[in-house]
Design a protein around this ligand. Sequence first.
Ligand SMILES: [Zn+2]
Length: 201
Amino acid sequence: MVKVISKEEAEKQGMEVERLLQLIPPSDPRVRSAIAPFTDDMLKEHDIKDRKELSDLMFKAMLRYGGIGLSANQVGLPFNMFVLGDNLSLENGLKMTCFNPMIVSTSKETVLMKEGCLTYPFLFLSIVRPRKCVAKYTDENGDLKEGQLDGMISRIFQHEYEHMLGRNFTEHASKMKLDMAEKKAKKMWTLVQKRNEKANK
Ligand SMILES: [Zn+2]
Protein backbone atom coordinates (compact mmCIF):
# COMPACT_ATOMS: atom_id res chain seq x y z
CA MET A 1 0.00 0.00 0.00
CA VAL A 2 1.22 3.50 -0.76
CA LYS A 3 0.86 6.12 1.92
CA VAL A 4 0.39 9.59 0.52
CA ILE A 5 1.98 12.38 2.53
CA SER A 6 1.97 16.13 1.95
CA LYS A 7 4.93 18.02 0.49
CA GLU A 8 5.48 19.76 3.85
CA GLU A 9 5.47 16.49 5.73
CA ALA A 10 7.91 14.95 3.28
CA GLU A 11 10.25 17.94 3.62
CA LYS A 12 10.05 17.67 7.41
CA GLN A 13 11.13 14.06 7.15
CA GLY A 14 14.13 15.19 5.13
CA MET A 15 12.90 13.67 1.90
CA GLU A 16 13.95 15.23 -1.35
CA VAL A 17 10.82 16.77 -2.86
CA GLU A 18 10.87 17.12 -6.61
CA ARG A 19 10.04 20.62 -7.74
CA LEU A 20 8.00 20.79 -10.91
CA LEU A 21 7.11 24.22 -12.27
CA GLN A 22 3.40 24.43 -13.10
CA LEU A 23 1.92 25.83 -16.30
CA ILE A 24 -0.56 28.66 -15.78
CA PRO A 25 -3.68 29.20 -17.95
CA PRO A 26 -3.62 31.62 -20.90
CA SER A 27 -6.07 33.94 -19.12
CA ASP A 28 -3.57 34.54 -16.28
CA PRO A 29 -2.24 38.14 -16.41
CA ARG A 30 1.30 36.88 -15.76
CA VAL A 31 1.41 35.32 -19.19
CA ARG A 32 -0.20 38.38 -20.77
CA SER A 33 2.15 41.10 -19.51
CA ALA A 34 5.55 42.18 -20.80
CA ILE A 35 8.38 41.10 -18.51
CA ALA A 36 10.95 43.49 -17.03
CA PRO A 37 14.67 42.84 -17.66
CA PHE A 38 16.15 39.99 -15.65
CA THR A 39 18.74 40.52 -12.93
CA ASP A 40 20.29 37.70 -10.91
CA ASP A 41 19.12 39.10 -7.55
CA MET A 42 15.51 38.38 -8.59
CA LEU A 43 16.03 34.64 -8.17
CA LYS A 44 16.31 34.59 -4.36
CA GLU A 45 12.70 35.62 -3.87
CA HIS A 46 11.61 32.50 -5.74
CA ASP A 47 13.91 30.19 -3.84
CA ILE A 48 16.18 29.61 -6.84
CA LYS A 49 19.94 29.60 -6.25
CA ASP A 50 21.27 30.71 -9.61
CA ARG A 51 20.71 30.79 -13.36
CA LYS A 52 21.83 27.17 -13.69
CA GLU A 53 19.22 25.95 -11.23
CA LEU A 54 16.49 27.94 -12.96
CA SER A 55 17.59 26.60 -16.35
CA ASP A 56 17.48 23.01 -15.04
CA LEU A 57 14.01 23.53 -13.55
CA MET A 58 12.79 25.04 -16.82
CA PHE A 59 14.14 22.21 -18.98
CA LYS A 60 12.71 19.63 -16.60
CA ALA A 61 9.24 21.21 -16.83
CA MET A 62 9.49 21.68 -20.61
CA LEU A 63 10.34 18.01 -21.17
CA ARG A 64 7.70 16.84 -18.70
CA TYR A 65 5.02 18.77 -20.58
CA GLY A 66 6.38 17.63 -23.92
CA GLY A 67 7.52 20.97 -25.34
CA ILE A 68 10.52 22.18 -27.34
CA GLY A 69 10.48 25.65 -25.77
CA LEU A 70 9.24 27.18 -22.51
CA SER A 71 9.16 30.74 -21.21
CA ALA A 72 9.41 31.55 -17.51
CA ASN A 73 6.11 33.47 -17.51
CA GLN A 74 4.30 30.36 -18.82
CA VAL A 75 5.04 28.78 -15.45
CA GLY A 76 4.22 31.98 -13.54
CA LEU A 77 7.79 33.18 -12.98
CA PRO A 78 8.46 36.88 -13.64
CA PHE A 79 11.83 36.31 -15.32
CA ASN A 80 12.81 37.58 -18.73
CA MET A 81 14.08 34.20 -19.90
CA PHE A 82 13.21 31.06 -21.78
CA VAL A 83 14.70 27.69 -22.67
CA LEU A 84 14.48 25.82 -25.93
CA GLY A 85 15.73 22.67 -27.65
CA ASP A 86 16.85 19.51 -25.85
CA ASN A 87 15.26 17.43 -28.58
CA LEU A 88 17.28 15.13 -30.81
CA SER A 89 15.38 16.28 -33.90
CA LEU A 90 16.67 19.83 -33.36
CA GLU A 91 20.37 20.44 -34.07
CA ASN A 92 21.40 17.21 -32.34
CA GLY A 93 19.75 18.10 -29.06
CA LEU A 94 21.13 21.63 -28.75
CA LYS A 95 19.97 23.33 -25.53
CA MET A 96 19.61 27.10 -25.28
CA THR A 97 18.92 29.07 -22.11
CA CYS A 98 18.22 32.68 -23.02
CA PHE A 99 18.12 35.53 -20.49
CA ASN A 100 17.03 39.00 -21.59
CA PRO A 101 16.65 37.81 -25.19
CA MET A 102 16.51 40.27 -28.05
CA ILE A 103 15.85 39.96 -31.75
CA VAL A 104 18.37 42.24 -33.44
CA SER A 105 17.09 41.72 -36.98
CA THR A 106 14.99 39.36 -39.07
CA SER A 107 15.26 38.12 -42.65
CA LYS A 108 12.94 39.44 -45.36
CA GLU A 109 12.27 35.87 -46.36
CA THR A 110 9.34 34.38 -44.48
CA VAL A 111 8.16 30.81 -43.95
CA LEU A 112 4.86 29.18 -43.03
CA MET A 113 5.16 26.69 -40.17
CA LYS A 114 2.79 24.90 -37.82
CA GLU A 115 3.24 25.98 -34.20
CA GLY A 116 1.96 24.78 -30.86
CA CYS A 117 2.37 26.25 -27.38
CA LEU A 118 2.34 24.56 -23.97
CA THR A 119 0.01 27.30 -22.70
CA TYR A 120 -2.58 26.21 -25.30
CA PRO A 121 -2.83 22.39 -25.20
CA PHE A 122 -3.66 20.79 -28.57
CA LEU A 123 -3.89 24.15 -30.35
CA PHE A 124 -1.89 24.18 -33.57
CA LEU A 125 -1.70 27.11 -35.96
CA SER A 126 0.11 27.62 -39.24
CA ILE A 127 1.88 30.94 -38.92
CA VAL A 128 4.07 33.05 -41.19
CA ARG A 129 7.22 34.44 -39.61
CA PRO A 130 10.64 35.59 -40.83
CA ARG A 131 12.80 32.57 -41.67
CA LYS A 132 16.00 33.77 -39.98
CA CYS A 133 16.70 36.06 -37.08
CA VAL A 134 19.76 37.50 -35.40
CA ALA A 135 19.32 36.77 -31.71
CA LYS A 136 21.11 38.17 -28.68
CA TYR A 137 20.89 37.00 -25.07
CA THR A 138 22.95 35.98 -22.06
CA ASP A 139 23.11 32.28 -21.23
CA GLU A 140 22.98 30.29 -17.98
CA ASN A 141 26.60 31.29 -17.23
CA GLY A 142 25.88 34.96 -17.83
CA ASP A 143 27.86 34.96 -21.08
CA LEU A 144 26.63 37.19 -23.88
CA LYS A 145 25.66 35.31 -27.04
CA GLU A 146 24.78 36.67 -30.44
CA GLY A 147 24.19 34.78 -33.63
CA GLN A 148 22.00 34.11 -36.60
CA LEU A 149 19.33 31.43 -36.17
CA ASP A 150 17.60 29.52 -38.93
CA GLY A 151 15.03 26.74 -39.25
CA MET A 152 13.13 25.44 -36.23
CA ILE A 153 15.49 27.05 -33.72
CA SER A 154 14.81 30.47 -35.27
CA ARG A 155 11.07 29.73 -35.19
CA ILE A 156 11.07 28.67 -31.54
CA PHE A 157 13.22 31.65 -30.52
CA GLN A 158 10.75 34.04 -32.17
CA HIS A 159 7.79 32.26 -30.55
CA GLU A 160 9.33 32.34 -27.07
CA TYR A 161 10.55 35.92 -27.48
CA GLU A 162 6.95 36.94 -28.03
CA HIS A 163 6.08 35.50 -24.60
CA MET A 164 8.59 38.00 -23.11
CA LEU A 165 6.40 40.76 -24.54
CA GLY A 166 3.29 39.24 -22.97
CA ARG A 167 2.04 38.23 -26.38
CA ASN A 168 1.39 34.85 -27.95
CA PHE A 169 1.08 32.98 -31.23
CA THR A 170 -2.71 33.15 -31.46
CA GLU A 171 -2.38 36.84 -32.36
CA HIS A 172 -0.93 35.84 -35.73
CA ALA A 173 -3.93 33.81 -36.86
CA SER A 174 -7.13 35.16 -38.43
CA LYS A 175 -10.29 34.88 -36.35
CA MET A 176 -11.60 32.12 -38.62
CA LYS A 177 -8.41 30.05 -38.47
CA LEU A 178 -8.23 30.45 -34.71
CA ASP A 179 -11.87 29.42 -34.24
CA MET A 180 -11.32 26.27 -36.29
CA ALA A 181 -8.11 25.35 -34.47
CA GLU A 182 -9.78 25.97 -31.09
CA LYS A 183 -12.64 23.64 -32.02
CA LYS A 184 -10.15 20.93 -32.93
CA ALA A 185 -8.20 21.49 -29.70
CA LYS A 186 -11.40 21.22 -27.66
CA LYS A 187 -12.26 17.92 -29.35
CA MET A 188 -8.80 16.53 -28.61
CA TRP A 189 -9.00 17.75 -25.01
CA THR A 190 -12.33 15.98 -24.47
CA LEU A 191 -10.98 12.80 -26.07
CA VAL A 192 -7.92 12.75 -23.82
CA GLN A 193 -10.00 13.43 -20.72
CA LYS A 194 -12.37 10.59 -21.59
CA ARG A 195 -9.41 8.29 -22.12
CA ASN A 196 -7.95 9.31 -18.74
CA GLU A 197 -11.29 8.72 -17.02
CA LYS A 198 -11.44 5.23 -18.51
CA ALA A 199 -7.86 4.50 -17.46
CA ASN A 200 -8.59 5.61 -13.89
CA LYS A 201 -11.66 3.40 -13.53
ZN1 LIG B 1 4.31 29.43 -26.37
